[in-house]
Design a protein around this ligand. Structure first.
Ligand SMILES: Nc1nc2c(ncn2[C@@H]2O[C@H](COP(=O)(O)OP(=O)(O)OP(=O)(O)O)[C@@H](O)[C@H]2O)c(=O)[nH]1
Length: 354
């Protein structure tokens, strides 16, 4: 789960709560108009406003979903309107006013409990005006019942709110951890496990990011260890791995942090020099060639080149972000560099046309 899905989950909860609240208010308003609790059938202004607003707000919310309706504020406004309705109506009822007040309060508490089961603030803002009005208007006999009826959902919602907060906290911590682990796995999948350099996937990822940012001059260096098959055959695969690790470290040390070094597969490496002209590329290649040579990794079978491990390097400019074309040119230069006797550097521009 990402941060966006978490956010969309919260938005869904908000929408559900708002729609449920408006629906229950519309039904309650309709009931109080069509089937009033007392035999007194009057249409109060607040109940008409509640009914109309409960129908209009979902429509507005549907057409303007980006404009968030403040639930707490709406709850307070509706709560005040219900209190106004109760006060208006109770004054006109002669008998059974206490029963009307109790049932009116219970209806409001019902709406709040269902719609705001985990939003204690909205619940309080919605039900407090009616609760205070009912307490004030009741004869005193029902006071305890009203306080009890009010306290019970407040307690329930508070507990539910606390549990929900803990669950949210836990879910968020879990999500952060999962995202962290996903990032670590993603990073690992971009690295070559033997040398710690970027693999092809990591290289592609870095290239995509880098090429999108600016179009400064760049050069591609393609490197290959000379006679590595012979090295492996005579010194063994384990020693071959050690040689690859040491050469990789030398490559990384020879370039700047802004350059990309990748193991292209086997004993082949690629370096992308950022912000570099041909002379810089040649100088860097020469430095790399020398540093690998200076590692003095014994290689008695580096046929007639040296008695230690050496590399050949092909260089090509990166033109118009076309990495494949650059690699192909660098590969041709590398092939020629090998052909010239290995432990050599060749720039693609110096190649004789075939
Ligand atoms: N130890 C080790 N050897 C590897 C690895 N990947 C590739 N190789 C070896 O690298 C050698 C590459 O040999 P070739 O492609 O024939 O090239 P070469 O012997 O270096 O000859 P030139 O490139 O022409 O100088 C093969 O023997 C592969 O087995 C690796 O991860 N570890």
């Amino acid at each position: 789960m990402t941060l966006q899905t978490w956010q969309s989950l919260c938005n869904k909860k908000y929408r559900l709560s708002l729609r449920l609240f408006l629906l229950l208010n519309a039904i309650s308003a309709l009931f109080s108009i069509a089937l009033p609790l007392s035999h007194l059938r009057i249409l109060t202004i607040p109940v008409c406003i509640i009914f109309a607003a409960s129908l209009v707000l979902p429509v507005l919310h549907h057409y303007f979903p980006s404009r968030k309706i403040n639930i707490t504020l709406i709850a307070l406004i509706f709560g005040c309107l219900w209190a106004w309705h109760v006060i208006t109506k109770v004054r006109l009822i002669n008998d059974n006013a206490d029963a009307f007040l109790l049932i009116a309060l219970l209806s409001i508490l019902f709406i709040g409990t269902i719609a705001f089961s985990n939003n204690i603030l909205a619940f309080l803002f919605h039900s407090l005006p009616v609760f205070v009005s009912c307490l004030w208007l009741s004869s005193g006999e029902n006071e305890f019942r009203m306080i009890y009826s009010f306290a019970l959902p407040v307690l329930g919602i508070s507990i539910q709110h606390a549990i929900q907060k803990r669950n949210d906290h836990f879910a968020q911590a879990l999500m952060n951890r999962l995202m962290q682990e996903r990032k670590t796995l993603n990073d690992l999948s971009m690295l070559d496990p033997l040398t710690g350099l970027y693999n092809r996937r990591g290289l592609q990822h870095k290239l995509d990011n880098m090429l999108a940012v600016d179009d400064s001059p760049r050069y591609v260096l393609l490197l290959d260890i000379d006679h590595f098959k012979a090295y492996n055959d005579h010194y063994g695969h384990m020693m071959g791995d050690q040689a690859l690790i040491r050469v990789s470290a030398a490559l990384r040390n020879a370039v700047r942090s802004r350059d990309i070094v990748a193991r292209f597969g086997g004993e082949e490496f690629m370096i992308l020099l950022n912000n570099a002209e041909q002379e810089d590329a040649r100088r860097t290649a020469e430095r790399i060639r020398q540093q690998v040579y200076d590692l003095k990794i014994p290689h008695m079978f580096n046929e007639s080149v040296a008695t230690n491990v050496t590399v050949s390097i092909g260089i090509a400019p990166l033109l118009g972000n076309d990495i494949e074309a650059s690699l192909s040119r660098a590969d041709k230069a590398l092939y020629e560099a090998k052909h010239m006797g290995r432990n050599n550097i060749l720039v693609s521009e110096e190649l004789q046309p075939a």
